[in-house]
Design a protein around this ligand. Structure first.
Ligand SMILES: NC(=O)c1ccc[n+]([C@@H]2O[C@H](COP(=O)([O-])OP(=O)(O)OC[C@H]3O[C@@H](n4cnc5c(N)ncnc54)[C@H](O)[C@@H]3O)[C@@H](O)[C@H]2O)c1
Length: 255
């Protein structure tokens, strides 16, 4: 599918990796519906976009909000070629922490945003994509999900986060198999450590230590590098049903 003039929906599109995707789509002549909780950043993005971005305040945990947001997105965009799930939280914490065992709600909050929220977006986007006309290659749309290398080698304190991201990686193939019939591809990106607000709260020391664990290049990833992979996934029709690591060869240690 051509990346130029894409009509895209991006959850978490007001910050970090999602914002980079939004900007990349705009740079290629497309338009974007941004679903995010971050009202101020989202509204600023919409206001500065010359009408190319529709910001829809959305909590991806709430199915009805995501469904409504996708309908508003389709009205604004005319069609939906691409949906990218970037909304997420880090949800760190030991299962047996200093303040006692992790409450179930803490675990469920991370799963609710990262995994169930991704499911809500995928389902609502595919439901609208399936009634669109296909392109010459039979493609109706592309879904890009965001896992993490923590899906495969989660560190101490990442039980909830890793479970949520393992769930995203795990649903990629069955979704691709199910949606093959309707010409919708599903690909997941598992980023290593990227320079976004999510790691912005860490001290310089922690960031340096993280960067030094990345074999090459020994630096944090740039959100534009994530966005470039999204572009490639859109343009390469053989990429489907898989999770791609984008991580400079990092293999996370236990802590
Ligand atoms: N930055 C990294 O190093 C890294 C590494 C691996 C995976 N990831 C994943 O990439 C994705 C994007 O993260 P980022 O680094 O850009 O972080 P970020 O904090 O910059 O962006 C995340 C966005 O998600 C939004 N969000 C959070 N909860 C939401 C909800 N319930 N409903 C709607 N929006 C919500 C936030 O408002 C924010 O705009 C996340 O899924 C994250 O787990 C990031």
């Amino acid at each position: 599918m051509r990346f130029e003039n894409m009509m895209a929906v991006v959850s978490g599109g007001a910050s970090g990796l999602g914002l980079a995707v939004t900007e990349r789509v705009l740079a290629a002549g497309g338009r974007v519906a941004v679903l995010d909780l971050a009202r101020e950043a989202g509204e600023r993005l919409g206001a500065g976009s010359s009408g190319k971005v529709l910001f829809v305040p959305t909590d991806v945990r709430v199915e009805s909000q995501v469904d409504q947001a996708l309908h508003r997105a389709r009205e604004f965009l005319g069609r939906i070629d691409l949906a990218v799930a970037c909304a997420g939280v880090i949800g760190a914490g030991r299962v047996l922490g200093r303040e006692g065992p992790m409450p179930s709600e803490t675990f469920q909050r991370t799963i609710g945003i990262n995994l169930v929220g991704t499911f809500h977006l995928v389902k609502a986007a595919a439901n609208l994509m399936q009634i669109q006309d296909p392109n010459g290659e039979g493609e109706r749309g592309v879904l890009v999900l965001t896992a993490s290398v923590a899906a495969f080698e989660g560190q101490i304190g990442q039980a909830a986060y890793s479970a949520s991201k393992g769930g995203v990686a795990g649903m990629t193939l069955p979704l691709a198999r199910e949606f093959a019939r309707i010409g919708i591809r599903v690909v997941t990106i598992a980023p290593g450590i990227f320079e976004t607000a999510m790691v912005g709260g860490m001290t310089d020391e922690v960031r340096k230590s993280l960067a030094s664990q990345i074999p090459f290049p020994a630096r944090l990833g740039r959100p534009t590098e994530y966005a470039e992979l999204v572009r490639h996934i859109v343009e390469n029709p053989m990429l489907n049903g898989t999770t791609i690591r984008l991580d400079g060869a990092i293999r996370m240690q236990p802590k």
